[in-house]
Design a protein around this ligand. Structure first.
Ligand SMILES: [Zn+2]
Length: 375
């Protein structure tokens, strides 16, 4: 199938340009700029972009990834997919090791089947002081043998783990994660600037929702924020929902760290579902006016964001369209080492989106097949 459009996000192009994409079965066969080589099968009236990649997501459509039921997982992935997220990493939250092993075992099968892009362990190796929506009694030090055991249960599908590098055993565990192909992301941490620098030197390459659940950047105590922001080797996650971080700050970070911001949703079950009462891991969460908080508290408990909205929010905050689109596709794919997705290029998976002028997703192709539920 040959698809052409006046505005295509082609690789390494600074602007959207006229171009075409040829799809065969589940893959992109070829791409090109300008006029297509023959009459196209479909002329897209809109912007043609790669499917979005969410590196940090706890659920959506009323369903949570903290489950041992594959059908529940599928409800959440379908809810995000119809809004353009064709690759999704399932983020777990802090739980008892016995529960985490069972949850990882369930999700690993779905990663191996191609329904999920990977698993993210957000906890239990987090700082109590910056626990966010994680149960404090289950937080623990990243004891290397326990870390290795959980990664082994994942059989290579655990692509990322959030770690507070000031906890005992953290530096050794970061090395162990790197060796296992699991990205170590600094987050939910009380680390000083110096400890965060040491964690990066030990192999950490990510920042779990920069600014949230870590000490703020102060002029004499720049903390982990500056250490992660300034290091060219680190990709920083930002939750662009207008609640977690001021949009002006997101735009500023994206301008000062070009190509190093991955927009993530950190979404919980209420994303693409609506207000109500939910459970995140073991904790009760109230969603009111689209903002998720621990029941009866001010603490933010994930978001109700979807990546299509994150892109629109970024553009509304003054971020260029191309950098915003890349921050929701190419950057998170590279962040997690997902070689087959994140860009329109020969050999990549045929995950394509058509966006209208308001950047709403009007068509989704996943693995070479147009998804029927999108009008
Ligand atoms: Zn999270």
């Amino acid at each position: 199938m040959l698809i052409s459009a006046q505005r295509v996000l082609l690789e390494d192009a600074p602007e959207l340009a006229e171009g075409w994409v040829e799809v065969a079965e589940e893959q992109i066969l070829d791409i090109g700029r300008g006029e297509p080589p023959r009459a196209p099968d479909l002329v897209v009236d809109g912007v043609l972009v790669p499917g979005y990649v969410d590196a940090h997501c706890h659920g959506g459509g009323g369903a949570s990834f903290v489950t041992e039921d594959p059908e529940v997982v599928r409800v959440a992935t379908a809810a995000h997919r119809r809004l353009g997220t064709t690759s999704i990493v399932a983020s777990l939250v802090t739980g008892a090791y016995s529960d985490l092993h069972r949850q990882v075992a369930c999700l690993a099968g779905l990663v191996e089947a191609g329904e999920l892009a990977g698993i993210h362990l957000e906890g239990p190796w987090l700082a109590e002081r910056y626990k966010g929506a994680h149960p404090p009694q289950l937080l623990t030090d990243p004891e290397p043998a326990a870390v290795a055991a959980l990664l082994a249960t994942g059989r290579g599908t655990v692509k990322m783990a959030t770690i507070a590098p000031e906890r005992a055993g953290a530096m050794e565990s970061i090395g162990l994660m790197v060796d296992a192909g699991c990205l170590a992301a600094v987050g939910h941490t009380a680390a000083t600037y110096e400890i965060a620098v040491a964690a990066i030197d030990a192999g950490a390459r990510g920042a779990t929702h920069l600014f949230n659940a870590m000490p703020p950047l102060l002029h004499r105590l720049p903390g982990p924020v500056l250490a992660l922001w300034q290091d060219e080797r680190v990709i920083v996650e930002l939750v662009m929902d207008g609640v977690h971080v001021r949009p002006e700050l997101v735009a500023w970070v994206m301008g000062t760290a070009p190509g190093r911001v991955a927009m993530v949703t950190d979404a919980m079950a209420a994303a693409a579902a609506g207000d109500g009462d939910y459970i995140l891991g073991e904790l009760a969460v109230e969603v009111r006016d689209g903002v998720a908080r621990l029941a009866g508290q001010d603490t933010i408990a994930g978001s109700t964001l979807t990546l299509d909205k994150a892109v629109r929010n970024a553009v509304a905050a003054g971020v260029g369209l191309v950098p915003a689109l890349r921050a929701a596709s190419t950057v998170p794919a590279d962040y997690l080492g997902l070689d087959s997705v994140g860009r329109l290029a020969p050999g990549k998976r045929a995950d394509l989106l058509v966006l209208d002028d308001a950047l709403k997703v009007t068509k989704v192709m996943w693995r070479g097949a147009w998804q029927e539920w999108v009008a």
